[in-house]
Ligand binder design. Structure first.
Ligand SMILES: CC(C)(COP(=O)(O)OP(=O)(O)OC[C@H]1O[C@@H](n2cnc3c(N)ncnc32)[C@H](O)[C@@H]1OP(=O)(O)O)[C@@H](O)C(=O)NCCC(=O)NCCS
Length: 186
């Protein structure tokens, strides 16, 4: 069926270039490397990351995930960066899921390792990625979707200037067996 509206951004807007390294305040966003497998496995042992990202990983699965992220760049279905400090130590992850170039829209997702939290890592990483997405790629809209029960993620969205558009009750079951959001949270 022919589309009646031209795509907002053409195919190739992402994949025509190598995934870049981006800089933030005291940190960098770089493509994932095979050396990050151990760090990824450790990250996904954290109960908060498990709770809000709904999985844990062994080394084989972490290697597959890195491959998946590389393919996502080539197929323009998403993108993921390792957030690292000046010594290249892993601090967290930031990326796009639900990237739709034809609509110029992407959803940003993130996590930060427990020892690196409350130091502005997520704020800086999201700000750097958003700046690049708007100024270099030319996306027209970025979204952050988080549970209203995830106080820390709500605070990141506020700190990075995202406005509150809608509240969506997913009713999704989280790893402790409860539903998201818990009863009483509206
Ligand atoms: C959410 C998360 C990424 C925040 O990372 P972070 O690097 O600690 O966040 P920042 O240091 O940039 O903090 C940003 C803001 O959030 C606030 N904040 C961070 N953690 C908070 C918490 N647990 N409770 C209340 N506020 C919090 C900070 O005070 C800051 O607000 P300010 O700008 O007014 O000072 C991190 O807690 C995490 O990885 N959690 C588990 C996974 C997760 O929730 N991912 C998001 C799924 S949608």
């Amino acid at each position: 069926m022919p589309a009646l509206v031209a795509p907002f951004l053409p195919a190739g807007s992402l994949s025509a270039r190598p995934q870049p390294r981006l800089s933030g305040r005291g940190l960098s966003l770089r493509p994932w490397a095979d050396e990050d497998i151990e760090g990824l496995v450790t990250a996904y042992t954290d109960p908060d990351i498990q709770r809000w990202h709904h999985c844990s990983l062994d080394a084989e699965e972490a290697a597959e995930l890195i491959l998946h992220w590389r393919k996502a760049w080539d197929t323009e279905g998403g993108a993921s960066w390792a957030v690292v400090d000046a010594d290249d130590s892993l601090l967290g992850r930031v990326g796009f899921c639900g990237l739709r170039l034809s609509e110029g829209v992407a959803e940003i997702s993130y996590w930060v390792l427990p020892d690196a939290r409350r130091r502005g890592v997520a704020t800086s990483a999201v700000t750097s990625l958003a700046r690049w997405a708007f100024d270099t790629i030319g996306l027209q809209r970025l979204e952050i979707r988080h549970s209203v029960a995830n106080v820390a993620s709500c605070a990141v969205a506020v700190a990075t200037g995202f406005s509150e558009d809608t509240r969506e009750h997913t009713g999704r079951v989280v790893p402790d067996g409860s539903r998201d959001p818990p009863p009483g949270v509206r």
